[in-house]
Design a binder for this molecule. Sequence first.
Ligand code: HEC
Length: 188
Amino acid sequence: MIVSATPGFQDCAVAGSGFNFHRTGWSGRNTGRVYMLQSKLIVVTAGVVLSAATMVSAFAQNVEPIKARQALMEDNGDSAKAGGAMLKGEAPFDAAKVAAIFTEMHDVAMKFGDYFPEDSKTGNDTEAAPAIWEKPDEFEAALVKFQQDTQAAIDAAPQDMESFKQAFGMVTQNCKGCHEDFRIDKDK
Ligand code: HEC
């Protein structure tokens, strides 16, 4: 036997020989009935395995929406950084870029709420707090406020640093506010 390579191989070989042993045992006193019993057993076993698999998929955590909402928030983070750089004078004030930043944030605000199904409470290192599902009305309110404030910032269309500062401050208060109540920042 070539079983010395890995312990995994050895396990397989042992399990295999066990199975063969039983088959030889049964066929030795073959009456035809034993074979029927055997195939019924196989069908039953297959059924159990199948329903177990279905159960697992029904209860498994849904990673796709978690990834989607994290990607949206990462975009939000990039937008906030770009705006912050302008505020600090690390990047020149650019009205078109400001408009793009607020538009992107508004886009995130409109989509973000779609990615919180019941089966996405854990998994993929999510930082979503249980409060999202425990207080859905409050979460919705935070989301709507973010939508409104980003829309107001787009409408304000800041053309100078001073008005940008105001609009950006109004919008980014939402980040802190919502994160305090609905995000568990694991990096902290
Ligand atoms: C309405 C609530 C809400 C608002 C408003 C909000 N966030 Fe978030 N944010 C969350 C939640 C919830 C998570 C955790 C998502 C997860 O991990 O499933 C998160 C996660 C993040 C992350 C981590 C993403 C990752 O890599 O997993 C960043 C960065 C972030 N937010 C930035 C921002 C910025 C910047 C703003 C404001 C412009 C903002 N957020 C506004 C709720 C919000």
